[in-house]
Write a protein that binds this ligand. Structure first.
Ligand SMILES: Cc1ncc(COP(=O)(O)O)c(C=O)c1O
Length: 481
């Protein structure tokens, strides 16, 4: 047979480029603080630098490095900068990146146990490790009725929880016949928008989501929840799902899980708890009280891809009764039938999520847990919290600023006493400077600054610089300079 031509990258070229790319990433991580944190790019500027048509002939990928510097980096907001304090973080680390690379290198698609037993079994095992590491209630351990699965995001976890809840109350009927508009779901006014999205995706209808009032600390008021449920029952509706949050996005508000869980039990609602960022703090014993009441939950999620040095995407989603989830999402077309599945002795994670295909995400979590150990993770999480507490103390001590919410962990919500306009101006001016990046929210209808300390390389000096810059900018803007 005639020699076949190949366009594939040779192993040798892959090695050369790969080593260089790892060097590039290592350098980037070390100098991430040298870039303007918030990209200064204007809309369309990146595309304008790219060729309008795809290359007809392949190119030498060595050229990619020049393009990275000149085209891509100007359009990057540097989430890995130690001066990144915005939103909730998406931190990463060496072991996580290597795990991600390994996942791509193995190229496994783990939809079924049979399509790569290690992909499934490592995931189950690492999720049980997470139950232990975070001190989660045993109902989430796969050795009982429950278990964990890695989802791409907390949003997907919410969708799965809502669908499982819908099918539980409707005894799998809505999977067959669709929803009848009678189900009602509950979350606080401070719940993440993913709950609303999940309710829409699951066909519940946004009008059937009740957003329950919160107290002065942005935690849901249990009596208001119960009243809403009772009113719906009286109106002939079917309450079926309630979500609570450990660490709301806007202000790190902590919902009272024991009370909400008790109400969920009383009225037969599925109780989902969203600990997207803050749940990770439970790796330290002293923050476990924040998940008190979690034993009442039907499902729980927390994101190592936010605050546990595991690059996006990695959401740990746990259910107390895996059967309820699997029955809701299970499909078995002929082409996926196999002996292992039919034996009932294995987990097929395609039945635990929306998509069929799935990446080998457990590798990066495994690498992170093994590299840091619980001790290393505790050290860095405690450090972030300690730095945030110092920042909060500086705010408290400054007569021009005030705290806008309790700061139980690593998020500080604060504001200049001069009103919305100056707070907005402080944030805009600083973010445009590229020196650091932080974000805002509205609390009690007032513009509030948020500083979240969770970057892998953030140290005291970065937090100190941030505070000095905020104070200095405030002085300039208030005309007192
Ligand atoms: C409390 C909370 N829940 C859910 C999410 C959604 O996370 P994901 O991006 O993993 O869907 C966020 C994102 O910041 C969040 O803060």
């Amino acid at each position: 047979m005639e020699n076949q031509k190949s366009y594939h990258m040779s192993a040798e070229a892959f090695r050369r480029l790969g080593y260089r790319l790892i060097d590039w990433i290592a350098d980037y991580q070390e100098r991430a603080d040298e870039y303007p944190v918030l990209s200064q790019s204007q809309p369309g500027a990146i595309r304008a630098k790219l060729p309008p048509h795809p290359p007809q002939q392949g190119e030498d990928l060595q050229r990619i490095f020049a393009d990275l510097e000149s085209i891509i980096l100007p359009g990057i907001t540097h989430w890995q900068s130690p001066n990144f304090f915005a939103y909730f973080p998406a931190n990463t680390s060496g072991p996580a990146i290597l795990g991600e690379l390994l996942s791509a290198g193995l190229g496994v698609q783990g939809m079924l146990w049979a399509t790569s037993p290690a992909c499934t079994e490592l995931e189950t095992h690492v999720m049980d490790w997470m139950v232990e590491a975070l001190g989660l209630p045993q109902q989430f351990n796969s050795r009982g009725q429950g278990g964990g699965v890695i989802q791409d995001s907390a949003s997907s976890a919410a969708v799965c929880a809502i669908i499982a809840a819908r099918e539980r109350i409707n005894q799998l009927h809505s999977n067959e016949a669709g929803c009848d508009g009678q189900l009602t779901a509950y979350a606080s006014t401070q719940a993440h928008s993913s709950i609303e999205k999940g309710v829409k995706i699951a066909g519940i209808g946004r009008n059937n989501l009740r957003l329950i009032e919160v107290d002065v600390n942005h935690a849901v008021i249990p009596e208001a929840l119960e009243h809403a449920i009772q009113a719906d029952i009286a109106a002939g509706k079917k309450p079926f799902f309630v979500s609570a949050t450990i660490g709301t996005t806007a202000s790190n508000g902590m919902d009272p899980l024991p009370q909400i869980g008790a109400i969920a039990q009383k009225y037969g609602l599925w109780f989902h708890v969203d600990g997207a960022m803050s749940g990770v703090a439970a790796i330290c014993q002293e923050y476990r009280h924040l998940q008190e009441g979690l034993h009442l939950a039907d499902s729980y999620c927390t994101n190592p891809h936010k605050w546990m040095f595991t690059n996006f995407d990695c959401d740990c989603f746990f259910v107390a009764d895996r059967k309820a989830l699997i029955q809701s999402l299970s499909i078995l077309p002929e082409y996926l039938r196999n002996k292992a599945t039919e034996s009932g002795a294995v987990i097929d994670y395609r039945d635990w999520q929306v998509s069929l295909g799935r990446r080998f995400r457990a590798l990066k979590l495994w690498m992170v847990l093994r590299h840091y150990g619980i001790e290393g993770l505790q050290y860095h999480i405690r450090r972030h919290i300690q730095l945030a507490q110092e920042f909060a103390a500086w705010v408290r001590a400054d007569q021009n600023f005030e705290l806008a919410a309790p700061a139980p962990l690593n998020l500080v919500c604060f504001r200049h006493r001069g009103g919305d306009e100056i707070n907005q101006a402080i944030m805009d001016r600083i973010n445009q400077s590229g020196k650091m990046y932080f974000s805002h929210t509205k609390l009690h209808d007032r513009f509030t600054l948020r500083l979240c300390i969770a970057q892998t390389r953030t140290e005291r000096q970065h937090v100190e610089n941030a505070w000095q810059l905020i104070k200095h900018t405030a002085t300039q803007l208030s005309g007192k300079a």
